[in-house]
Each structure stands twice: as structure tokens, then as C-alpha cells.
Design a binder for this molecule. Sequence first.
Ligand SMILES: N[C@@H](CCC[C@H](N)C(=O)O)C(=O)O
Length: 270
Amino acid sequence: MKFLKGHGTENDFVIIPDPDGEIDLSAALVAEICDRRTGLGADGVLRVVRSKVSPEVSEQAGQTEWFMDYRNADGSMAEMCGNGVRVFARYLVDAGLAEPGEFGIATRGGIRKVRLQAEGDVTIDMGRPTVYGESVTTVAGQEYTGLHVDMGNPHLACAIGDPVVQLDLTHQPAFDPGVFPSGVNIELFNAVGPRRAVMRVFERGSGETRSCGTGAVATAVAAAHLSGEVTGEWIVEVAGGRLTVTLDEETSYLSGPAVIVASGDLTLAE
Ligand SMILES: N[C@@H](CCC[C@H](N)C(=O)O)C(=O)O
């Protein structure tokens, strides 16, 4: 099996090209690949498959050539992955499978339009965030209130008073399963100035990661709600770098670096 490794602000992925949809990617195989000690190690897997051979996105096939089949490190499927789409787009362009410029990528959460050149940052139109009410989470015994934001996948973005760098995010934060029956990605952030936030994230299916694109947009939405200025540009600083989120009346955009760092052949041990 051919593979590549890439990351977007250190949210890292194993990319598996499977244009004709021939690989049976079981949850166990994904978990094995993503294991950081016994596998290649990654926050998730991006299977690159043509939309027309992917029954899950058959209604998007007329508009997009490629489907990002995203899996979390534990093998579970997710609807969307913002950094994943950016790395996926970088792979398509580097591999000559898409032209630099603008094109759409199919995801379980719908089509996402990307914009990129041969080099440099990758920008995605992330769609209009859906904002629900407040909900609570408990992190290391401390309860925090946040905003439930849907980016295609579920988020709870919490502005907290404690410095996020000091949080113990080793364990799964508690959340209300009545509000999030399929689990949730939890962002904790400090608003550190006008239109700037420092964020940490505990991702559903992957644990704490060094960045999360959908989480960065959810954080900007929650921070913007608190500030009262619901449109404009936000810088979201994460452990792995810096993302720019732009909110307007209609939609949201996510920009940042996305790079491919390695490639090889993967032979599975017996
Ligand atoms: N890291 C991603 C989000 C990946 C999916 C998430 N863990 C979920 O289960 O919803 C991003 O960059 O958005």
C-alpha cells in the first residue's frame, strides 16, 4: 500500500491514495496505522478516493472528482476535518491530480471549496457554522461552559479563565451525551487580544492534538460571540502553529500551511 505523511499546523495525517476504491480500510487497520509507537503514527487517515466510486458521497460526485474519506486515530469516521481537507488538497496538487487554483473536495459533511497555489497556504471555505446553545464540559475536575458549534462535525468551544497551557488534557473531558450523542470535539481557549485566541483541543476519536481546523473555526465563532463582533478575521494559535479564520455573514474561511513530509510503501505485518 502506498502512503504519504502530511500535516497542517502539526495536525498530522497518513494519506492513502486509493483512486478506485479498492482498499478495505477497517477501523482496526486505521488504529494500527495511527498508533504512534507500533504504527506510522498520526491523528487520522485521509483515504484519497474518487467520488464516483464512493457510494457515501454519490450525490456530490457530479461536482467533485475526489472524496476525502477521513478517519480518526481510533478508526472512527468523522464528517469533516478542516486541516485534513487542507492537507488533502495539497496532496492532490503536488501529485498532479488537481490544478492549483480553486476546486471542491467531497466530505461526509458536504463539499468544501479549497483555494491554493503550487506553494503556500491553503484556504478552505468551511461553510456557515451552525450555532446552538451553551453546554458544559468537565476537564480535570473543573467545569467549563462553552458554545455548541456545528462545523459539519460537533464542537464545544469554551472560553476559560485559566491559561490553557496549564490544563491537564490527558483524559477525555466529560460532556453531556444528551447534547452530543455522537461525541464532540472540545476546544478550550483564552481570548488574548483583539481577534486572537490561544486554543487547545481534545478531539473526538484522536485525543489531544496539536491543531484542529474545524475547532479553530468553532473557537473563532465562540470568541466572536463573546466579543459581540460576529464578522472579521481571527488568529487562532494552536500548539502546532497559527491558523487564520475569517467569519462573514454567509460563511467561514480557514487558512494556514499544509505540507507533505514523507512517502513510502506500507507492508502490513502478519
Ligand atoms: N482535526 C480535524 C477534525 C477531525 C475530526 C474530529 N476528530 C471529529 O471526530 O469530528 C480538523 O482539523 O478539523
